[in-house]
Ligand binder design. Structure first.
Ligand SMILES: [Zn+2]
Length: 372
């Protein structure tokens, strides 16, 4: 909990103060400083210190825009607690617009908590972790799919940890992928140190996707409401959630033959058992393979491949039960998914809210459906 001041990045930010600055995190070949843009908004009232991070993979830009908007939007008078916004973590990757640190293609998000005496990635991770992350109480790390893929808006969280589960549910996405994350990720490292953190995944690399951004700003506010950083705002509830278990519930649908890929999938995330999702054809259309949905479910990620070889992953598929499918079918009938594909696989706005605190109880709407 913050009391009066926040000390991060070698600075002190007093209660009621908002500071933007650039934090020197490393150096270029020219001996110029590489700088992380930082915004710290310290509320006039005490409360938790929440970090928001983006572009730990340098080309994943939706989060950069989200943090720009969050940093611009909130003022100290709004907050009971503090926001520590790290606008870009992988500065060299961001400058090169690529996922990894351009030196030896190191993955910054496999380098936490880092080490001050070894590689560029580990030093950078160590600096970020020591100077900022370790001083916060909880956090959100924004990602997108890697290049040539797209992903449905969802959260990844270690749902075995009740403190992390609270954060994941407060964020208010319908789909939560359960798992602790790979060794060296910012999320796993922070959670291990008792700083509940979730990864937010959305859309594509290399672009800003407006629908995702609007939704994410709403979800950030929901988290701030849950932890009473925004004490007067209600926590969002998406209407239903599907927590995808860590052991094999999420499956890749793969091509069995090589060829040219066409996506047959319609304009919403729900697919019914047996629906054609992709066709793969040879140049003469003599050999056509149809990839069908193995059950009723959701497409949570798509490789936007034009060509495939045998074994080529085409999409990530998650089955859902019938009551959940019914809720989504109603939404489809009401047209809420009409711009789903154009909107970058954007789920509609949450339509149900709770008062303070997390309410996973269906009684207040009669329609809320939560499956584990
Ligand atoms: Zn990423």
């Amino acid at each position: 909990m913050t009391t009066q001041h926040v000390s991060v990045g070698g600075r002190t930010i007093d209660a009621g103060e908002k500071q933007t600055f650039r934090f020197a995190c490393s150096e270029t070949y020219h001996d110029d400083e590489l700088e992380i843009p930082v915004t710290v908004i310290n509320g006039t009232s005490p409360g938790p210190c929440v970090f928001l991070t983006a572009a730990v993979h340098g080309d994943e830009l939706n989060g950069v825009k989200i943090i720009q908007e969050v940093a611009d939007h909130y003022e100290p008078a709004d907050l009971h607690g503090a926001l520590v916004c790290l606008h870009v973590l992988n500065v060299p990757g961001f400058l090169a617009q690529q996922r990894y640190i351009p030196i030896y293609d190191e993955d910054l998000n496999r380098s936490f908590p880092g080490n001050a005496r070894t590689t560029m990635a580990k030093r950078l991770a160590n600096t970020i972790y020591e100077e900022f992350i370790s001083k916060c109480d909880l956090g959100l790390d924004f990602h997108t799919s890697t290049r040539n893929r797209t992903t449905m808006y969802h959260v990844r969280a270690d749902m075995r940890d009740p403190a992390v589960e609270r954060l994941a549910r407060a964020f208010g996405t319908s789909v939560i992928l359960d798992g602790e994350g790979s060794i060296g990720t910012l999320r796993r490292t922070a959670c291990r140190d008792g700083i509940p953190t979730v990864t937010v995944e959305m859309g594509r690399a290399h672009r800003f996707q407006t629908a995702h951004l609007d939704r994410a700003l709403h979800c950030v506010a929901s988290v701030l409401a849950e932890y009473e950083v925004l004490p007067d705002r209600p926590v969002s509830w998406p209407g239903w959630t599907r927590v995808v278990a860590r052991d094999g519930e999420k499956t890749w649908l793969r091509a069995e033959t090589g060829g040219l890929v066409e996506m047959e999938w319609r304009l919403h995330p729900l697919v019914e058992d047996g629906d054609p999702l992709f066709t793969i054809s040879d140049h003469f259309k003599d050999d056509i393979e149809v990839i069908r949905a193995p059950s009723t479910g959701l497409i949570v990620g798509v490789l936007e491949s034009a060509v495939a070889y045998p074994g080529h992953p085409l999409c990530h598929f998650v089955s859902i039960d019938e009551p959940t499918a019914e809720i989504i079918r109603d939404d489809i009938e009401q047209g809420v998914f009409d711009i789903y594909r154009e909107g970058g696989f954007q789920w509609p706005e949450p339509r149900w809210y709770t008062e303070h605190g997390l309410d996973t109880d269906a009684e207040h709407t009669g329609e809320v459906h939560d499956i584990g």
